[in-house]
Design a protein around this ligand. Structure first.
Ligand code: SF4
Length: 334
């Protein structure tokens, strides 16, 4: 395999962020969708705003309200219903943030809220109610958090999450990684991001520099839910990461009427491997208020997963998991 890094894309990812569609009427117009969808979209976007970058919109089918990429971002009236058993903070994360930006649920791993926003607002998001405004530390506060990590030598892995960590600047991320690399017991850096999927040009030369310049082993976990998300621009970004010797995995969420069928899941795994990413986790959605319409029964998920095993090579079958509050690890379903 060639190790040459393909050229930097020309478009600015920050420009794409600024130009993301946040107006339901504009989204419906661009996609030639009926305006009958507008009242519900506006009402639901008052609770959790619409945000979707144009490179992602370009991959949606025009005139199809059931397009699987659209369903992940279009606010619906279903979000206005209160559903029993669904909560604002189902994983009780807001009780695990004693230090600025820090979520410490697992003994050996900590998660940093490395950016207070995302490039896209996914309607199923388990952090759609997270108080990001209270978790946006300045550098002096981050130093307090890094001191906490330095004082606990059980911690060998730091996860950059968000929001989406890649919504932050390369300069700030370089600074954070430089700080973490000074803590001897931290060995690995894991970055969970959807940004290279929705704005593929986010993987800049500066990104590759901070991902590779420290002694930390680096893993990028992409969040892609559907093979139609993985166009040639996304493939090029993954190729750049791989050419820089970065491990690239993918985790997906199993979402009703988006990707809860065998053909889609098999295509997703095959396409991920084609572009250089290994399927890692397939999550059941968390029980977040306003997202019940994405949920599928665990028994259906298990049946689908068994069918996937019969059609895919073992290394292409992601682990089927769910998160449960108070558990020190994900619950492996299959
Ligand atoms: S990118 Fe991730 S954190 Fe951001 S809205 Fe989507 S699911 Fe939530």
């Amino acid at each position: 395999m060639s190790t040459s890094i393909p050229a930097t894309p020309l478009n600015s990812w920050q420009e794409e962020l600024i130009q993301a569609i946040d107006n339901p009427r504009e989204l419906l117009e661009v996609l030639h969708l009926p305006m009958t969808l507008l009242p519900a979209a506006e009402a639901a976007s008052n609770l959790f705003g619409l945000k979707v970058p144009r490179p992602f919109v370009e991959r949606m089918r025009k005139g199809d309200p059931n397009d699987p990429l659209l369903r992940q971002v279009l606010p619906l009236g279903d979000e206005l219903k209160e559903s029993e058993g669904y909560q604002v903070d189902p994983l009780q994360e807001q009780n695990t943030t004693a230090d600025p930006g820090l979520v410490h649920k697992y003994k050996s791993r900590v998660l940093l809220i490395a950016a207070p926003n995302c490039a896209i607002n996914c309607r199923y998001c388990f952090r759609r109610h997270f108080p990001y405004q209270d978790n946006n530390p300045a550098r002096a506060e981050w130093l307090q958090t890094f001191a906490t990590i330095a004082a606990d030598d059980n911690i060998n892995e730091v996860i950059l999450s968000g929001g989406d960590p890649l919504a932050n600047s390369d300069r700030q991320l370089q600074w954070m990684v430089d700080q973490l690399a000074q803590i001897a017991h931290v060995k690995r850096l894991r970055i969970h991001t959807r940004l290279p999927i929705v704005i593929p040009q986010r993987i800049t030369d500066a990104t590759l520099r901070w991902l590779t310049s420290s002694r930390l082993q680096t893993i990028v976990v992409l969040h892609s839910n559907h093979p139609a998300e993985l166009d040639d621009d996304v493939a090029n970004s993954v190729k750049r990461l791989r050419a820089a010797h970065i491990t690239v995995l993918n985790q997906a969420v199993l979402l009703k009427s988006v990707n809860d069928d065998l053909t889609t899941q098999v295509s997703l795994s095959e396409r991920l491997f084609d572009i250089g990413a290994l399927p890692y986790y397939l999550h059941l959605p968390d029980k977040v208020q306003a997202t019940a319409h994405f949920d599928i029964q665990q028994s259906e998920a298990i049946a689908l997963h068994q069918q996937m095993q019969s059609q895919l090579s073992g290394f292409l079958v992601p682990k089927l998991v769910k998160e449960e509050p108070g558990q020190s690890q994900k619950t492996l379903i299959f």
